[in-house]
Design a protein around this ligand. Structure first.
Ligand SMILES: Nc1ncnc2c1ncn2[C@@H]1O[C@H](COP(=O)(O)OP(=O)(O)OP(=O)(O)O)[C@@H](O)[C@H]1O
Ligand SMILES: [Mg+2]
Length: 261
């Protein structure tokens, strides 16, 4: 049965789509069958981020409302076996009823090991859909106080509907934290009142690659190991394996200083 993960924050631009796409990639690289699904209707970006916009002929609404077979709608990636993308409609003309949409989307997710649902940066109807489908949520936040407040509110809202959530700190800048210029990890966990699942460093290589539709696949990306560790932790939870420690490979020399702030 699929484990469905909602990736969200009511704050825009914090890296939800980046985390969704690269987490899905790493889950697939670790041998899982993964459905990456774009619930950011009207402004979806996962086709761009994964470099398949020319091949995405149908979208998640076509699949959910049965206008096309799921196989026709899900884009595959020859270089990443096991990864499938259901993109967002360019312009959504369907009336979305969360209960109904969630039930149909859950059924679509069933044959996969994992489904990763990316959402818009607002409290929208598709977040309500995702919250109904999901088994757990990842709330994404950066150092920025507005993103931390957004993450706190998002996590609170999800806990109110009994959805367990964990924090992924994105764009983490260990050097600035060690120089007292930015909020440290402990303060971010406190501010969001949300347990930590993983930390993704600020990665300029990824930022530029993403503009060309390339994911963080390989050692040339400082964030690659961080995404892999998050994927490994999720798999370990499902299979009872041993998870990678949360700070493994992310902090390096600055570890102690960053951790204590
Ligand atoms: N770890 C990172 N290092 C460097 N740049 C990053 C990182 N994560 C995200 N970015 C960049 O930040 C920008 C916003 O990322 P992204 O589109 O994933 O955010 P989002 O939360 O999905 O935004 P929206 O709310 O608009 O959907 C992009 O240009 C992306 O390349
Ligand atoms: Mg996005």
């Amino acid at each position: 049965m699929a484990h469905i993960i909602l990736v969200t924050s009511f704050k825009g631009g914090v890296g939800k789509s980046t985390v969704s796409a690269n987490l899905a990639l790493k889950l697939a690289r670790l041998g899982q069958k993964v459905l990456l699904c774009d619930l950011d209707f009207d402004l979806g970006t996962l086709d761009l981020i994964t470099g398949c916009e020319d091949r995405m002929l149908f979208d998640v609404c076509d699949a959910v409302y049965g206008r096309r077979d799921v196989e026709d709608c899900a884009v595959t990636f020859p270089s990443v076996p096991g990864l499938y993308l259901l993109g967002a409609p360019f312009r959504c003309t369907d009336e979305i009823v969360p209960e109904d949409f969630a039930e149909k989307l859950s059924a679509i997710c069933e044959p996969y090991d994992y489904a990763v649902l990316d959402t818009p940066g607002a409290d929208s109807v598709t977040v309500a859909v995702g919250a109904r489908c999901a088994d757990s949520a990842i709330v994404v936040a950066t150092h920025n106080p507005t993103s931390l407040r957004g993450a706190e509110k998002t996590a609170q809202r999800l806990r109110d509907v009994d959805l367990p959530c964990r924090l992924v700190i994105n764009n983490f800048d260990a050097v600035s934290v060690s120089e007292d210029k930015r909020t440290g990890m402990i303060s971010m966990i406190d501010a969001t009142k949300t347990p930590l699942l993983g930390v993704v460093p600020y990665d300029r290589t990824l930022m530029f690659a993403q503009e060309k539709g390339v994911l963080a696949d390989g050692d040339s990306f400082p964030s690659s190991k961080a995404f892999e560790n998050i994927a490994q932790r999720l798999i370990a939870e499902k299979t009872g394996g041993r998870p990678v420690p949360v700070l493994s490979g992310v902090i390096g020399r600055k570890r102690k200083k960053v951790l204590t702030k």
